[in-house]
Every structure is written in structure tokens, then in C-alpha cells.
Design a protein around this ligand. Structure first.
Ligand code: FE
Length: 356
């Protein structure tokens, strides 16, 4: 079921027209909160796998701008998937937000998203960061990079993902579990880039280099490198930036480490997204889309990234503090909608390699 976007301008015109006809109208943005114009009916129910204080500001800003009340259910993406499964067609969800294109793929595969068209989103978000039929839209970017100990390794020793599988790094590498979506998505891209056989060889090589069994989240990998438990680890960039922007004890950890943005001379560093979808059974898909469009405005982008330290995806959005210390780097131009289809193959490769 395809929906055609009412752009903000069109919506305002429509509202004015309806008002002139004496029909109930949605509040034009400029009149929000003015009292005599009722806000659009029905609260918007957002299912979010994010958990940041700054998101409260984000929702408040949207409510203030549109008069649309927002209810939020925050939980992990797997839990939200299970919740929606249990709710079935009676799910009150209007918007789904989750990190990693691989997570959105799972919601889409389960039939929990619907395709929508939005001229605003299609203009603001490059095609490689959104689902081609409008099932979901990437909003912020994250890079999966290598954090390493510069006392033990040179830049050249860890300037590719392939380096992590080199015999010279035996006993030096830390990773988190392969069931983690970030690793599944990275593997999905490596399968596309190099083929399944080469990707499997790589996984075996990394597994043979592990300093310890896969464990912990991305922050724990950085801490392990800083503590000398391993020399190199795979992490999403923002975990490092958050530590670097944190209290002195956290900054001390990052100061002992260095970052590598892999594959600068090749396909570029793996990029993933935080993305949002209009839920399949949304009672107000127009308002749901309006919310996602708000996330793609400079203000929405700022509030999405200020605490997370992800990269804004929309041109003209301000860069959150801390990101200025990262180098310019070559980003993979891989279409993130293609990551999810490799999840089963990726997991099988990890399992066979012993990367649990
Ligand atoms: Fe994360």
C-alpha cells in the first residue's frame, strides 16, 4: 500500500483549504499551540530501539512544532520485534526506529513496515541509505572501524579489515559476539565485496587471532585495547567519540588508543545507519511520515546525533561535538538495504569460523 507524501507545503495548503471550507484542519506549523486550532487527532506511537536522554528533546521538539503528541516505547530491537509479533495487526506502533540497516531488514521481513513515498526524504537522504520502496529511511551514519594500540601496532598493520586476519596479529584481536547485528552487517558487506569464500577465510583468520573469546559491547572492546588485553578491535566510531568526550577516566582510555578507518585505498570504511520506518498497521501514517521527515531536518538531525555521536546524514546538519577530531575518510558507497539479506549466510560463516 503506497502512500504519496503530502509535502509540508502541500499539507499547509491543504490545511488552509480545509479550514476555508469549515472542515477540521491540521494545525499549520506557525499556529501550533495557538489554542483555537486543534492539533492533529491521535498520539503518535513510536517504537524505538534507541535509549538516549537527547531523544526526549527530540520528541518534545516535534510535539512543539506540530502539536502531535508522541508516546514512546523504548526497548531493544529484538524485543520490539517480539512485541510487534505478539500485537499482530492490532499493533499501535506508528513509527519504528532502530540502529543498523540489518535491524530494519528484520522488521521489514516480518511485515511490520509499510512502503511510503516522501519527496522530502528522497531529496534529503541519498538512495544508498534508504530502502528502495520506502520501507525505511536511514537518518544517521555510523562507521565500523578499528581501534588499536599505537604502541604495539603501526597504522599500516591495521589499515584494512583484512589485516585483522593476518597471522601477525595472532592473540592480538578483540571482538564482540558474532550474533551482534553490527558484525552481521559488516560481514554482509564483506560477502558482497569479496564473495562468501573469501569472507569465510577472513572470519577464520580473525577467529584465529582472538586474544579472548568474543565478549562485551563495543565500549568493552575499546577498554580492552586501552588496558592492553588486545592490540586491535572492531568498534563503531561513536563509542570511541563518546569516551573521548567523557570524564577524565574515559578520556584516559581513548588517549591510549588510535583509530583506523579501514580500506581507504579500497572500497572504503563500512557505513551503517540508524533508520526509521512507518509501521505497517499505523493508524496515522501521515503523521508517522511527518515525524520521520522531522528527523531529516537540520534540527532533527542535530537532536539525533548530539548525544549519540553518529554522523548526521542530511546535508547542512551541524556536526556533533567530538566528531571534528576524526579524520575525513573514504566511506563505502554500498547500499545498506543489501546488508540484511546476507544475515543467515553471515551467521553461518561466523559459526563455522568459531567466532561465536
Ligand atoms: Fe550502538
Amino acid at each position: 500500500m503506497k502512500r504519496i507524501l503530502a509535502t509540508a507545503g502541500l499539507a499547509a495548503m491543504l490545511a488552509a483549504l480545509l479550514a476555508a471550507c469549515g472542515a477540521p484542519a491540521t494545525a499549520p506549523e506557525s499556529e501550533t499551540g495557538s489554542g483555537d486550532t486543534a492539533p492533529p487527532a491521535g498520539a503518535l506511537n513510536i517504537y524505538s530501539a534507541r535509549h538516549y536522554d537527547s531523544d526526549k528533546q527530540l520528541y518534545a521538539a516535534f510535539e512543539a512544532e506540530t502539536g502531535i503528541k508522541v508516546n514512546v516505547r523504548e526497548s531493544g530491537a529484538p524485543e520490539l520485534l517480539e512485541t510487534m509479533r505478539a500485537e499482530g495487526s492490532r499493533s499501535p506502533a506508528d513509527v519504528i526506529i532502530a540502529s543498523d540497516a540489518g535491524a530494519l531488514y528484520r522488521f521489514q521481513q516480518a511485515g511490520f513496515t509499510q512502503p511510503v513515498r516522501s519527496a522530502a526524504l528522497e531529496a534529503a537522504i541519498p538512495a544508498r541509505y534508504r530502502e528502495e520502496n520506502g520501507h525505511w529511511f536511514g537518518l544517521t551514519k555510523r562507521a565500523r572501524i578499528i581501534v588499536f594500540d599505537p604502541q604495539l601496532l603501526s597504522d599500516a598493520e591495521v589499515d584494512t579489515y583484512a589485516d585483522l586476519a593476518e597471522p601477525g596479529l595472532k592473540g592480538e584481536v578483540c571482538v564482540r559476539s558474532s550474533t551482534n547485528i553490527y558484525n552481521l552487517s559488516l560481514m554482509g558487506e564483506l560477502i558482497e565485496r569479496n564473495g562468501a569464500d573469501a569472507a569465510a577465510e577472513w572470519a577464520k583468520g580473525v577467529a584465529a587471532n582472538l586474544a579472548r573469546p568474543p565478549q562485551g559491547g563495543d565500549t568493552a572492546q575499546i577498554e580492552a585495547v586501552a588496558a592492553g588485553q588486545c592490540s586491535a578491535a572492531l568498534v563503531n566510531h561513536y563509542y570511541w567519540v563518546r569516551l573521548a568526550e567523557g570524564p577524565p577516566e574515559d578520556r584516559q582510555k581513548t588517549s591510549r588508543t588510535r583509530l583506523s578507518f579501514p580500506d581507504q585505498d579500497g572500497a572504503g570504511t563500512h557505513i551503517n545507519v540508524t533508520a526509521a520506518a512507518v509501521a505497517a498497521n499505523s493508524a496515522s501514517p501521515e503523521n508517522a511520515l511527518r515525524f520521520i521527515e522531522f528527523l531529516a531536518t537540520p534540527r532533527g538531525q542535530e537532536l539525533l546525533t548530539t548525544e549519540t555521536k553518529e554522523f548526521p546524514l542530511v546535508e547542512g546538519a551541524p556536526l556533533p561535538s567530538g566528531l571534528e577530531q576524526l579524520p575525513d575518510f573514504r566511506q563505502s558507497d554500498f547500499a545498506v538495504q543489501n546488508l540484511g539479506q546476507h544475515q543467515a549466510a553471515a551467521q553461518a560463516i561466523f559459526d563455522q569460523a568459531g567466532w561465536n
